[in-house]
Design a protein. Structure first.
Length: 406
């Protein structure tokens, strides 16, 4: 049903001397060339690599469990483009052709104060790198490109400074043994393991914002200040939210002109669902007709929960709305839910149609398909008729709401 997975990057492990994984270096790969880093612009390739790693959905636990090494150009060292990477797990490799000057040194000190660690990539023992040695923790030496025995004294001097030495491009057992004997701490190369592709699903910036808002608003202790901040980041979201809240379908007694008023009249729980709905609608390529179906489904779930006096009726609306996230984000529903912080009963309702919420969703979806046989088996003729009436109310409510929003 959904498109095949995207190539996000490649990762190559870095081992210690006991063959345990210490971390991974992330390497650029594209859908058109999965075997090597094939790109024209270093900056663009690095930005794409970081976005693919931080802003995608994938199941690669290695990207969560271990430190990540990645190259950063001088231009990007002076930008904020890479800051989605967690400072606690990011090790920034300074490329061998980076121009070293006072401005670079100041910037590295600034980033170190933010918690980032640095490595010198393809270190060649040349004097122009000496100024960087006090600021970096890791030194990566290409053992194919230099005679490591010729630099044995330099290696010992660097180790005495407390640096972690990484031997890269190890391609045989003999070279590995030589590096161990010289005192290298970490090891990387084809002999140990070749780079492995990381696949997942790229998501664009708008979808990423929608997922961020959903996750933030699923927190049980979300505050008015947090909600206001999220809405204020998107003027279109603010405008559309007020349009919905002032719709006759909402039935409020007076016009709402601010979020604070909305909280007073609706409560923060009800307000959350509208922020989520609008975020999904404006950050998806799904046709509006699908949102009509989805919103009707959500409203019907909520109305049925109210009619049979279930608790937490707002969450039934959320279950109905989230049941279409697979279409909204063009990926399998279990894949989406895995990356959302939603309660276990909501997860079970969406994935297994279990619990009161899952049973309610199942009944509503049976009615959507006009499957009266299974519906009456599930809830009896009386409730099936009630559900049909509630869905008609939900359709009218949805048409009014979306009409006002347009």
């Amino acid at each position: 049903m959904y498109t095949s997975l995207d190539v996000l990057c490649a990762r190559q492990p870095i081992f210690d001397d006991r063959n345990r994984i210490f971390g991974y270096e992330l390497l650029y790969r594209s859908q058109s060339n999965v075997d090597k880093a094939d790109f024209v612009d270093d900056d663009i390739a690095t930005i794409e690599l970081i976005l693919n790693t931080c802003g995608s959905i994938n199941d690669d636990e290695a990207l969560v469990q271990f430190p990540l090494f990645f190259n950063l150009t001088r231009n990007l060292l002076f930008s904020d483009s890479f800051f989605p990477v967690d400072a606690n797990k990011a090790i920034i490799e300074i490329l061998e052709d980076t121009v070293v000057d006072e401005a670079l040194i100041k910037q590295i000190y600034r980033l170190k104060r933010l918690g980032y660690h640095f490595a010198l990539d393809d270190f060649t023992f040349e004097s122009h790198f000496e100024d960087l040695l006090p600021m970096v923790k890791y030194i990566k030496i290409d053992v194919l490109a230099c005679n490591i025995y010729k630099h044995e004294m330099d290696i010992q001097r660097i180790k005495a400074m407390g640096k972690v030495l990484i031997a890269e491009k190890i391609e045989s057992y003999d070279v590995f043994e030589q590096c161990v004997s010289l005192g290298f701490d970490l090891f990387q190369g084809y002999y140990l393991e070749r780079p492995q592709l990381v696949e997942g699903r790229k998501i664009n910036a708008n979808v990423n914002l929608a997922l961020t808002i959903i996750n933030e608003l699923q927190q049980p202790d979300v505050s008015f200040d947090k909600l206001s901040y999220l809405v204020s980041k998107d003027p279109k979201l603010s405008y559309q939210l007020l349009r919905i809240l002032n719709s006759p379908a909402q039935g409020l007694k007076r016009e709402v002109s601010s979020l604070k008023q909305a909280v007073v009249f609706l409560g923060i729980v009800s307000l959350k669902k509208w922020v989520i709905l609008i975020s999904l609608m404006q950050n998806s390529d799904v046709p509006d007709a699908f949102f009509t179906i989805l919103l009707t489904r959500a409203r019907t779930c909520e109305l049925l929960a109210k009619a049979i006096e279930l608790n937490d009726t707002d969450s039934y609306f959320t279950v109905g709305l989230f049941s279409g996230l697979d279409r909204v984000f063009n990926m399998e529903l279990p894949e989406v839910i895995k990356h959302l912080f939603i309660p276990l009963d909501v997860q079970n309702a969406l994935l297994n149609l279990t619990g009161f919420k899952g049973e309610t969703l199942s009944k509503v979806m049976l009615l959507e398909r006009a499957d009266w046989d299974d519906l009456t088996k599930a809830c009896g003729w009386s409730q099936a008729c009630l559900l049909a009436q509630l869905m008609e109310q939900a359709r009218d409510w949805t048409d009014s709401l979306l009409g006002d929003l347009e």
